[in-house]
Each structure stands twice: as C-alpha cells, then as structure tokens.
Design a protein around this ligand. Sequence first.
Ligand code: IPD
Ligand code: CA
Ligand code: CA
Length: 255
Amino acid sequence: MKNIYSFTEEIIEKASNLILKSHKKIRNISYKGISNLVTNVDKEVEAFIIKEITSRYPEHSIIAEESGYKNKNPDYQWFIDPIDGTTNFAHSYPFFCISIAFAKNGIVEFGLIKDPITNELFTAKRNKGARLNGNPIHVSKIKKLSKSLLATGFPYDQQTTRMNNLKNFCNLTLLTHGVRRDGAAALDLCYVASGRVDGYWEIQLCPWDVAAGVLILEEAGGKATGPKGEKYNIFNKQIVATNGFIHKELLKHLK
Ligand code: IPD
Ligand code: CA
Ligand code: CA
C-alpha cells in the first residue's frame, strides 16, 4: 500500500486532470456572495478528492471549502480547496490551483498545491524542505521593502466592508516595486516560497486557503505571522507572509 503522501500526490494529479478536462465545460456558476463564485467544477473536484480520501481513511476529519467540516477523528485532518482562484477559473484567467494539506494532532505534516495550467506542483513535508516539481525551492534574498515585489488579495465582501485592504494596497504600491493581485491565495504563498514575490498579506482567509501554502512557505525558509507579528495558525483570517528579511518592515506599513 502506498504511503499517505504518495497517495495524496496521485489524487492531486488526478484532480488536476479533471480540472483541465472540465475547464471549457463550466456548466453552472452560482454565487455564495456578491462576488464569491462557485462552479460545478469546484463541487465535482471536491467530491472526487473527498471520495478518494474517505474510501481509504474513513475515520479522518475533512475540512473542505464547498462541503464544510466533516469532524471525525480530530487527530487526522485534511484541508481541501478544490479550486483556489475560482473567480479566475470561471473567467478563464489562468491562475488557480488545487490545495490539499494533511494534519496530524493539529500540526500540518504535508501540503501539496498544484497549478494545472503550468503543471507546477509545489510540495512540502514538515522538516524536509519545500519543492517545486521535485526540486528544492527557497524564498528570495531581497532585504528591503523598497526593492520588493509583493502580492495581496481582497475579501469577497469588499463592496460592503470598510476593511477592504485598499489603503494598504495603495500605500504599499508606492513603497515597493509593486503589488500583484492574482486571485489565488494558495498560489500567492507558493510564489513567496519560490522567490517569485518577496511578501504577501491578506485579511479574510480560511484554513483551506492556507494550510498547505504556509507549510510550503515555512519549509522554503519564509515566515508567516498575524498582522501584529503574532504567531500564526491556519485558522487566523489575516496573514503576513514574507521571505523573512522584509517581514518587520512590511508589518510596520500595514495598518
Ligand atoms: C479565494 C482566493 C483569493 C482570496 C480569497 C479566497 P477561492 O479563494 O484565494 O485570492 O483573495 O480570500 O477566498 O474562493 O477562489 O477558493
Ligand atoms: Ca480558496
Ligand atoms: Ca475554492
């Protein structure tokens, strides 16, 4: 029998193929909020992943975006985002991914994030480093915020909340080489982990958005905290994630 990690690697590759096949066949888009979309493909891919996991590990708990919490044995938890970047997916903007993480006794042990379009698989096992398609990855060495490229995202209730992240976005755009808004939190974290951007922050996230990405970032030498520099856990909605070097400076400018 394959070990749990190789099993997950197989599932995520199959899910990625499912997404590629369905890409042109989005039958149905519904709304969870004014700008919070969900497609039939999100639901089908999530159902596929959960079916595979529960048929092999029926006692494990599952925390998945489209079907919520299935609490069974709390010592074994899976965090699943079948498509992170659904808005992009629904508009055929090629920046989305699948994110799967596995936690034992509340500690994420491994995480995998697959971008079906670029065929990039970002992975990490705790204390074993982070990889991209099997090759080790590391955060960037940029030391100053003024020389950095950042990423961020905006909450789905941006039309109605005052906490919409726009002030920080404007300020940091003027203080850095720029702030990208690509629309998939899990991939944003992988991009910090692989040195493509130097830092990232966001204010309304869920555990399935970050469980795999934060482990990948930390195993690549990066740092994740809350917005005041406090210890981060994946149930925090707010995250600041960097290469470590620019962390203090970025925290200082986030209001
Ligand atoms: C969203 C994306 C987006 C972030 C949102 C997330 P979804 O996930 O990661 O970048 O700004 O906060 O909810 O809905 O596409 O899975
Ligand atoms: Ca998501
Ligand atoms: Ca999603």
